[in-house]
Write a protein that binds this ligand. Structure first.
Ligand SMILES: NC(=O)c1ccc[n+]([C@@H]2O[C@H](COP(=O)([O-])OP(=O)(O)OC[C@H]3O[C@@H](n4cnc5c(N)ncnc54)[C@H](OP(=O)(O)O)[C@@H]3O)[C@@H](O)[C@H]2O)c1
Length: 272
């Protein structure tokens, strides 16, 4: 689908990848409905964009907490009213650390925001999208939705879930006008990653992309027919190998475990 023909509902629009994606989409000619929880953040981003010369007719912002069913229903009717033909599920919560450190509430919030919310929003939007000659649903997953690393058990559970959901739905809707796509960015330089994650990335030699690189890949995916894409090398290769024979990779994570143990030790000291 050409960007100029896209009327995009973009969740997580006030975050690092979301802002860059909104800018890239608008730059390519799309109209964008910005979604986030914080009204001041949405207002200020909207002001920034119109100040940069984006016509207000191509921009709208809608506050919504995607963990609330009422908000999902409201968002779905608003997108139908505005004739959105593209949905980018980008909102997400981070989660990092040994499993023992995660509270049940935190695990529930991560699964609800990263997995259940995009599932429910997709379900609510489908009746509208299926009336259109062409529509796209793009899920922003993660490289960690294809490969599980020490420290990411909860996060990977949510992103593997999104990956599986998008794949099954793509096959369910094949032959209809609704195309389903999935993109798995690798670590990206946004406020999403805590100091602990940055230390882990340094210790394990994990590279980071800029949010602009991810945004460019998202716009490119919308404009072509790719169905699934993991960003970055060696992440792309590791995801493929892990899909073929995960046990081949099991011996590769000593540095990751060591960094995680250091993180756990620091957290324990900070708590005493
Ligand atoms: N950064 C990375 O290293 C990385 C790598 C791979 C994949 N990803 C994925 O890329 C996506 C964007 O990440 P990012 O780095 O841009 O994160 P970010 O800067 O922390 O932004 C997260 C966005 O999600 C929104 N959000 C969170 N909970 C929400 C809720 N309950 N309802 C509505 N909106 C909610 C936030 O909005 P408010 O808090 O303002 O409401 C914010 O706009 C996420 O799905 C993430 O899993 C990130």
């Amino acid at each position: 689908m050409k960007a100029q023909d896209s009327r995009v509902l973009l969740t997580g629009a006030t975050g690092g990848i979301g802002k860059s994606t909104a800018r890239a989409l608008l730059g390519a000619g799309a109209s964008v409905m910005l979604v986030g929880r914080s009204v001041p953040a949405l207002e200020s981003f909207h002001r920034e964009l119109t100040g940069e010369g984006i016509s207000p007719s191509r921009l709208k912002w809608v506050p919504a907490d995607l963990t609330r069913h009422d908000d999902i229903t409201r968002l779905a009717s608003e997108s139908a009213r505005l004739g959105c033909n593209v949905v980018i599920h980008n909102a997400g919560l981070p989660s990092f650390g040994p499993l023992a450190e995660h509270s049940p509430d935190e695990m529930a919030a991560v699964l609800q925001t990263n997995l259940l919310a995009p599932m429910l929003l997709t379900q609510a939007l489908l009746p509208h999208l299926q009336t259109l000659p062409a529509a796209r649903i793009l899920f922003v997953g993660s490289a960690l939705g294809s490969i599980g690393l020490p420290g990411y058990s909860v996060y990977s559970a949510s992103k593997f879930g999104v990956h599986g959901f998008s794949q099954a739905l793509r096959r369910e809707l094949a032959g209809s006008g609704v195309k389903v796509q999935y993109i798995g960015p690798r670590s990206t330089d946004t406020g999403f990653n805590s100091a602990a994650v940055q230390a882990y990335n340094r210790a394990t030699g994990t590279a980071q992309d800029s949010p602009e690189v991810v945004a460019g890949a998202i716009v490119q995916m919308l404009e072509d027919e790719a169905v699934e894409r993991v960003l970055g090398f060696p992440e792309k290769l590791a995801a493929r190998l892990n899909g073929l024979a995960p046990e081949w990779l099991d011996g590769s994570f000593r540095r990751h475990r060591q960094s995680l143990q250091n993180h756990a030790a620091t957290t324990r000291v900070a708590r005493t």
